[in-house]
Design a binder for this molecule. Sequence first.
Ligand SMILES: [Zn+2]
Length: 262
Amino acid sequence: MRPVELDAPVEGRSGSRAVRVAVATLAVGVVATGLAHLGTSTSAAAPAPVGGTDTAAVGNRGTSVSRTSDRAAQTVQALAQTRANALDATADALATSREQSALATRTEALGKAAAQISEQSDMLKDQSSFLRPTAGKFGSGFGMRLHPILHYYRMHNGQDIGGTCGQPIWAAQDGKVTKVVPTGYNGGSGHNVKINGGQVDGVKLETAYLHMQKIVVKVGQKVHKGELLGTVGNTGISTACHLHFSVYRDGKAVDPTTYLGR
Ligand SMILES: [Zn+2]
């Protein structure tokens, strides 16, 4: 019945396995005696003479070994190829990621440079427009005038801004304090401060603050526009509490209202 049918091929395979084992044994030549007996058994499966079977067996074995070794070589080659491909892919990925990272770095640097340029541009705009250094109305302006105390015409090299003594004076520009004279008459300037704002559009811009009462900054100090310098006073040649504000372009006094607006 059915199980018998199923068993039959298995038996057949077992038989052919037995033949292969026998042939292999022959090929190796372990059993020298009883060759005839085995040969007979082998010839039953493959109708060839004993000698023929022996040769064929060796031949088959050799082919089989050679095929196996070919297959192994192919497998190794395939593995090596797979590994090489994987390495190539990794190298490509690394190169791409390095390029991307370099691009990202460059983009970031460009962004920073643009921001700096924008900041500098803002600063230049800001530097060329001064803050009104103290509260109060504009008094005597820049130019020749009959001096209220000296009673003769002479150059007034700044803008007077009225106010009350003790009110704050702020830096009109960003810069470095280059001069602080906290006491004395000083040729009529009284207590005074000078700030160097550095080069603005290729011109050295400085500001000076005269007739001050109290000074709270020191020479060499960096100040920002709007930073407290001291207070309005009535020192030097002055008829009332006020700030005399001067602006120098490359060392030459110019009309401060150009920078302050009216
Ligand atoms: Zn003045």
